[in-house]
Every structure is written in C-alpha cells, then in structure tokens.
Ligand binder design. Structure first.
Ligand code: FAD
Length: 341
C-alpha cells in the first residue's frame, strides 16, 4: 500500500464502547499528521472506502468495516500563546478527552471542567460539539487543524467555519467525510468562571460542604454525578445518549403539557422548545426494555445498551422502533445522536 503498516481483519471489539464484535477489513493507526498526505495520495488507497475512528464512543458498528479504518493516535500538547488571563493550548487529535481535561485542571486552566469524563478523543470533540452540564466545546474552542481530504492540504478552521450547533457541526453536514482532524486548539482561562448552575453540580458541592469551589471541585462533582447516573461502558456496552433532545415548535407544547403536566421543557430560541428525549422514551414505556442481549438502560432511558453478545444491527432496529413509537405517541421525531456504520 504505502509503506505504512496496516493490519487485516482487526478486531474492533475493544475499540468501540458498545463492545460490538466486528472487524475492520483493513486497519491503520495514524500516529503522525504527515502520514495523511502520503496515504491519501497512494493509488491503492483511492480505490477503497475509508473511515476515521477515535475512541469509538459515538459509533454503532452494524457490520464489519468494509474498507480501511484509520485510527487516530496523534498525540501532543503544546502552549501556543499566553496572556494575562487566558492561554491558547493545542492537543493532538488522538489524545484521550478526559485525560486532556484533567491535564488542563492540573495546570489551573479553566473551561473544560464541566466536560469531565466524556469518553473519546480530542479530535472527535468538534464533530458533535460535545456538551454536558451547561457547557459545549464551542465555548472555549479556538480552532482546529485538519487534513482536507479532497485537496490534500492541511486547513485551520476557526469557530465560525465549524458551524457548531447543538450536538452538531459542519463535520456532520456539508463537510461530512472531508476532514481528518489532527489537532484542536482551545482558549482556556487562568481566572476561570465557575459554572455550577446546571444539573446537580451545586447540590453535590453543597453536600460536600464546598462553598467556594475550584475548577477541580467542579470536575469532581461532574465525575461523581456522571458515575452515579450513566452506565460505565467498561461494565455494560453503550454509547451514552443515543438520541438528541428534540427541538420542536413551541406551538405543540400546550397540548403536551395538558396531557403530561410533569413534562419539563427548555427554551431553544424564538418559537422553539427543547424536550428531553429521555423523558419521551420513559413515558413511551421503553425504560428498562430488554430484548435478547440489548435494550434500554433501566435507570437511563436515553442510553441503549449491549449486555454482551448483542449486535449493532439489533441496536439500530430497536432505535427505529423507539423512534416510530415516540412519533406515534407524541408526534415528535427523535434523531439519533450516535453514528450508525
Ligand atoms: C458513557 C458515554 C457518555 C457520553 N457522554 C457524552 C456527553 O455527555 N456529551 C456528549 O456530547 N457526548 C457524549 N458521549 C458521546 C461521545 O463520547 C462523544 O461524541 C465523543 O466526542 C466521541 O469521541 P470518539 O473519539 O469516541 O469518536 P468516535 O466514536 O470514534 O467517532 C465519532 C464520529 O467522529 C468521527 N471522527 C472521530 N475522530 C475524528 C477525527 N479525528 N477527524 C474526523 N472525524 C473524526 C468518526 O468518523 C465518527 O463519525 C458519551 C458517550 C458514552 C459512551
């Protein structure tokens, strides 16, 4: 092929958090950005489909991967610029996300603490503009460096060029499949703003008797809450939230509230309202549903799970049934957050 050493029939079981037992017909770890132009110029490469894998925490493999799977292993951390209150830092796309967050905390740099314990890699964080506990990556994102596959050149994309939205970016839409993200640059703060308003963060800190929390305390609280609420993929296969929270026309909310007074809604811009997908799935009667080796988690209706030995095709079939049922019951379309391959 190119002199870059690839493996055939590589098992992906430990490379996807659902733990699906599939293989990649060809598999190549990418350790350096310089490998990419060499690879994409090779004639043998142009003939086959390819995919980019990070931590496999947002992919449902429905079958063996029929092509060359490029596994992002590009590491690196560097300070680009430092001013009084902020620091511009770059992390290699293959760096583990949570370890990167911990590294920023060790250095006293604030901004990423609410995003602690999200699985995956730095290179994948812009793809769906990862978010949790009132913060999205776009809040401290500065730019990213990516190999642009159609032109064979490296591009630097700023925040505007990434078109971030709720669990969304240009990389899921018009630029899908065009970029291999090799590094991400973040603007972090050395005098961080502490964000405790969302979810149970404040209550957790109160319970611990912490009145003036540091960014490390926020991270610890987020880790504690996530561990108590979300199933650990090391114990039970899953991809976190399987569906996005639907954003619907506010016109339909009064009728829903009349029927379901316990419905919690969130404003989502003029004329639109966000409805929790987990609530819809629970009200639809799916929470704890199990079929063979797959199902809907018993405590977290938004999380589809593989109890072991299940397949991605089974998960997608279940997801489609849930989507159809929720649409029939509530007139609301659920969109998958997880990528089906
Ligand atoms: C238990 C659990 C909890 C989770 N909680 C959250 C949460 O709170 N908030 C949230 O937003 N997400 C959450 N997720 C989803 C997931 O962790 C994120 O979407 C994460 O960013 C995926 O990273 P990854 O490296 O695993 O990407 P992968 O799953 O490997 O890939 C996801 C997509 O990105 C593409 N991709 C990956 N790397 C690159 C690259 N370098 N260049 C171009 N394309 C690339 C892939 O081709 C694929 O389309 C959770 C998942 C789990 C399992």
């Amino acid at each position: 092929m190119t002199g870059l050493s690839h493996t055939q029939n590589q098992s992906l079981k430990s490379f996807n958090t659902f733990g699906f037992d599939v293989v990649a017909l060809q598999y190549l770890p990418i350790e350096s950005p310089e490998d990419l132009p060499v690879l994409f110029q090779a004639e043998s490469f142009k003939k086959q489909p390819f995919g980019i894998l990070g931590g496999g925490s947002n992919i449902t493999f429905t079958q063996d991967f029929q092509g060359l799977l490029l596994h992002n292993k590009i590491l690196g951390k560097k300070i680009i610029d430092q001013s009084n209150d902020t620091i511009l830092v770059e992390f290699g796309g293959g760096e583990n996300w949570h370890e990167t967050v911990l590294y920023t905390l060790e250095n006293g740099w604030g901004g990423l603490e609410n995003l602690s314990l999200i699985p995956g890699t730095v290179g994948a964080c812009p793809i769906q503009n990862i978010g949790a506990y009132g913060v999205e990556i776009k809040d401290c994102f500065h730019s990213l460096t990516a190999f642009h596959i159609p032109s064979g050149e490296f591009h630097v994309l700023n925040k505007e060029a990434c078109g971030f939205g709720y669990r969304d970016s240009v990389f899921k839409r018009e630029k899908k499949g065009q970029y291999f993200i090799t590094a991400v640059q973040f603007r972090l703060s050395t005098h961080p703003e502490i964000r405790t308003q969302y979810g149970d963060i404040q209550a957790t800190l109160d319970g611990w008797g912490i009145a003036e929390p540091s960014i490390r305390d926020i991270s610890n609280a987020v880790i504690h809450i996530r561990q108590s609420k979300l199933p650990n993929p090391a114990e039970i296969g899953n991809c976190g939230s399987f569906f996005k929270n639907p954003v619907v026309s506010s016109d339909i909310i009064p009728a829903l509230l009349a029927q379901y007074p316990d419905l919690k809604t969130f404003p989502a811009g003029e004329g639109f309202t966000k409805v929790p997908a987990g609530w819809l799935i629970e009200k639809g009667g799916w929470k704890g549903y199990r079929r063979d080796n797959i199902g809907v988690h018993a405590k977290q209706a938004l999380v589809l799970v593989n109890y072991g030995g299940g397949t991605g095709a089974q998960i997608i079939a279940l997801a489609k049934e849930i989507q159809a049922d929720i649409f029939q019951k509530f007139g609301i379309e659920l969109e998958m957050e997880v990528n089906a391959w």
